[in-house]
Design a binder for this molecule. Sequence first.
Ligand SMILES: C[S@@+](CC[C@H](N)C(=O)[O-])C[C@H]1O[C@@H](n2cnc3c(N)ncnc32)[C@H](O)[C@@H]1O
Length: 264
Amino acid sequence: MDDRNSTTYAAADIVNYYAQLNRLQPAEADILERLRHQLPTMKMLDMGVGGGRTAQHFAPLVQQYVGIDYSAEMVTACQKRFSTCSYATRFETADARDLSQFEDNSFDFILFSFNGIDYVSHGDRLRILQEIKRVGKQGCYFFFSSHNLQALEREMTWQKQIAPNPLKTYENLVMLGLFWLFNRPMTRQLLATSQHLIVRDESHNFRLDTYYIRAAQQVEQLSQDFSQVEIYPWQSTESIADMDAAIMGRDLWLYYLCRIETAN
Ligand SMILES: C[S@@+](CC[C@H](N)C(=O)[O-])C[C@H]1O[C@@H](n2cnc3c(N)ncnc32)[C@H](O)[C@@H]1O
């Protein structure tokens, strides 16, 4: 998965796509408002910064901003995009699995937006969480999004592809067929019983291997080193209080806000 994903994120068409994005997603906008009064004293690490979509919103507000990406091409695009801006930014090539260029306890706010954490294996995801815990200060906010396996399971049936417009139905069914083709020999049974799974979904025309996880499993994964976990649907500013809420099975991406556990 590693080669396919890193090759995709280095490709010119993909870099250009991310470099022209500029709006915050609703959950991100909500977090910015929630933290706004603290941001001027915060050192922020923006992981998997891509083309700098989030940098333009957060960098002017924080005390110190560092954006990293393992794609050198993305980093170059950011450096170009922000070369003449009036606020300070720093962009570096770094892999989230190895943040050795940063010292322990360096950051107050760490962002890994737009599901950037989902492009590594399960073991590497756990390494990333360890690295975040190491470079974040006690009480550091960690805000990220991830693909939701509950919603994928619900989405990948032919019944869900029926749309009022027959052409749209046809298009949806073709995509569904491609999904099952690209993910052979995966079965519905595996989709229904896995806690987390790597799949080839339609994003960037099936050019990425993507990690999907159930929300309850994600909360469990965070539980050892992070606390105060809140979950947001990516399209909403309302956090989800009830783990059984219907939206948990509908929203293909979920945002998680948590804090690095403070010592007692
Ligand atoms: C879906 S894009 C999101 C880009 C940007 N954060 C945004 O919201 O527009 C995911 C980004 O994460 C980066 N990425 C994926 N795995 C990474 C890793 N292990 N270390 C650092 N960056 C990574 C990719 O290169 C890509 O730029």
